[in-house]
Design a protein around this ligand. Structure first.
Ligand code: ATP
Ligand code: MG
Length: 181
């Protein structure tokens, strides 16, 4: 099965996937990491957080190349984004040409409250995160949900809304493992 895991920056996708990796043989691929490898090879960026600032046509090109790479893998969990906030509006993480390559059967949308998300972003010193108000985070959460269900209709994939509440990573991991069965 191909699984897509998505959610706003800092919601805890990678944290949950690190725990899931200990319990399953599914390879877990970070879409951004694949894109970063491509972008670095072409000398476009040095850091992953520079990618969303690249011209949109360049981002789309790298996105397409990453989809082709990941599309060759089977039984994979893809840590990615449904929407990427760019200066030119929300860029879809899973436009049709990406979905056609990935063909997911399950889309997991990881969520937490805007307050929890803002708190996690503020504490995480490993990443360069854009400052966002609670209202903006709420809008981004809504954009992701809409996008997940649009992808679901297009591919027939199920959607699981997975809550990652504060200090409850284990609970989220349990729920994810149930859906993976
Ligand atoms: P990005 O899309 O930017 O890669 P992400 O969704 O992968 O973000 P993580 O890097 O996994 O987010 O988590 C962001 C921060 O939130 C980390 O510091 C992590 O330790 C913390 N965190 C994740 N889940 C929880 C939780 N349930 N309770 C408390 N802190 C959490
Ligand atoms: Mg991550």
């Amino acid at each position: 099965m191909r699984v897509v895991v998505a959610g706003v920056p800092g919601v805890g996708k990678t944290t949950i996937m690190e725990e899931v990796a200990k319990r399953t043989n599914y390879p877990i691929v970070n879409y951004g990491t694949i894109m970063l490898e491509i972008a670095k090879k072409e000398n476009l960026v040095r850091h992953r957080d520079e990618m969303r600032k690249l011209p949109i046509n360049i981002q789309r090109k790298i996105q397409r190349e990453a989809a082709e790479k990941i599309g060759e893998m089977e039984n994979v969990i893809v840590d990615t984004h449904l929407t990427i906030k760019t200066p030119a509006g929300y860029l879809p993480g899973l436009p049709v040409w990406v979905l056609e390559k990935l063909k997911p059967e399950l889309i997991v949308v990881i969520e937490a409250s805007p307050e929890e998300i803002a708190g996690r972003r503020a504490k995480d010193e490993t990443r360069i995160r854009d400052a966002e108000s609670l209202k903006e985070i709420k809008e981004h959460l809504e954009a992701n949900r809409s996008s997940a269900f649009a992808c679901s209709v297009y591919t027939g994939a199920n959607v699981l809304i997975l809550e990652n509440n504060e200090g409850m990573v284990d609970k989220a991991v349990e729920r994810f493992m149930e859906a993976l069965k």
